[in-house]
Design a protein around this ligand. Structure first.
Ligand code: SF4
Length: 399
């Protein structure tokens, strides 16, 4: 059976949207200038954009704008997702629950990296409330799809995290769309949010510091490839046969491994760019020796890096993670199999940050916020999407 969002002709039906006024957070300087012209309001649109998007200029958690600018923003939605819960993890990351203006809970993870001596912080953010893709190992997948986040809510999520926990500027920030939702099922809003966040007059993120992770929604890949501001791409593979992949990732029933590989072969990679092939290891499902060879075969010939991710177990799934020794053995065999196929990417094994705070990959789900806790520290795979050129090195833990 296909995913319910995929029609017989392979087209994908869109997720519901929240009906609301346009959001101030999703406007580019050109949009603000156009609005100023039609409202007959003076002042510099670039300056207002800077005031909106740079949290370092805010006062009391809000942009500090003058009367003229407030006139210009009249009628726009200026609500930011509210942080309603924080769960710190022992590794320094913090799982954050945010409430949208219409009362839904979404999750993001704030992951500073002082333990590797870098001032950079990675945010793992959500693109939808819930998710239609139904991956069986994923807590979000059990929710079904509620609605898309708007571009303003995606930008607002980033700004809310920056204002609450830093960093103050985008130059020290990496972004991964690996929270709740399938970003390519909400591509218009994700693309607009990325464009706004990468504008140098505002947050000034580099698109090469943003990774968008997809379950393999093949028809959206060509549109993603053509984005004017295109982030890096990560694709969840998670099985090496169509039989297993269709069982754990229903998207495979519509777009199978062969279709996915063909789309990745046709993808117009830029110089030095690679796709990150993510592989969640599920004990007894996809971690056999035969899987090593098939995974190496899938990766062979692609501009790719490979990231092995031991499953984050949670109560909404019966899947289990392989033990650490088997993860090490699987990665060693995979390294050998990739090297034998002249694979030119990097193999990493993810250190799942935030696991103890339920903030690790596949553990994010809408629920009641827990009682606020403070004081201790938590997790990312902040290297997910990091492009590293060169011949394969021995497998190592990503941090
Ligand atoms: S793994 Fe990603 S695509 Fe799959 S159900 Fe979870 S959030 Fe959706």
């Amino acid at each position: 059976m296909r995913l319910t969002i995929v029609a017989d002709d392979g087209s994908v039906s869109p997720a519901p949207e929240r009906l609301a006024s346009p959001s101030a957070w999703s406007l580019r300087p050109d949009d603000l200038a156009e609005r100023a012209r039609s409202a007959g309001v003076g002042g510099s649109a670039a300056h207002l954009f800077r005031q909106l998007q740079r949290v370092s200029t805010w006062r009391s958690g809000q942009p500090d704008v003058g009367r003229e600018a407030r006139r210009l923003l009249d009628g726009l939605d200026r609500s930011l997702p509210a942080i309603v819960d924080e769960a710190p993890s022992a590794d320094g990351s913090v799982r954050m629950v945010l409430r949208t203006v219409d009362g839904h809970h979404i999750e993001a993870v704030h992951m500073p990296r002082p333990h590797v001596g870098t001032p950079r912080t990675t945010f793992c953010i959500s693109s939808q409330v819930g998710c239609a893709m139904g991956c069986t190992f994923c807590a979000t997948g059990t929710m079904g799809i509620v609605r898309n986040l708007s571009a303003g809510e995606i930008v607002g999520q980033v700004l809310a995290l920056m204002a609450a926990k830093g960093p103050a500027t985008g130059h020290q920030l990496n972004l991964v769309f690996m929270g709740m939702g399938e970003p390519l099922h909400n591509l218009d809003n994700v693309a607009r949010a990325v464009e706004v966040l990468c504008d140098e007059r505002g947050v000034g993120l580099s698109p090469r510091r943003i990774t968008v992770s997809t379950s393999g929604l093949v028809p959206a890949l060509a549109r993603f490839a053509a984005l004017p501001v295109r982030p890096l791409l990560s694709v969840s593979i998670n099985a090496t046969t169509d039989e297993t992949r269709s069982r754990v990732m229903p998207v495979n029933r519509s777009f199978n491994l062969a279709a996915l590989k063909a789309a990745l072969r046709a993808f117009p990679f830029r110089r030095g760019e690679k796709v990150l092939l993510a592989y969640v290891l599920l004990r007894g499902e996809n971690d056999a020796v035969e899987d090593v060879l098939r995974l190496a075969e899938f990766a062979a010939g692609l501009h790719a890096n490979v990231n092995l991710i031991p499953l984050n177990e949670h109560e909404r799934s019966t899947h289990r993670a392989p033990d650490d020794d088997w993860v090490a053995t699987f990665s060693r065999h995979l390294y050998d199999a990739l090297a034998a196929r002249d694979f030119r990417g990097v193999l990493t094994v993810r250190n799942n940050r935030g696991r103890d705070a339920r903030g690790a990959c596949g553990q994010l789900v809408q629920g009641e916020p827990r009682r606020r806790r403070t004081g201790t520290t938590p997790g990312d795979d902040s290297d997910a999407g990091r492009v590293v050129d060169g011949a394969p090195g021995p497998p190592h833990r990503s941090r």
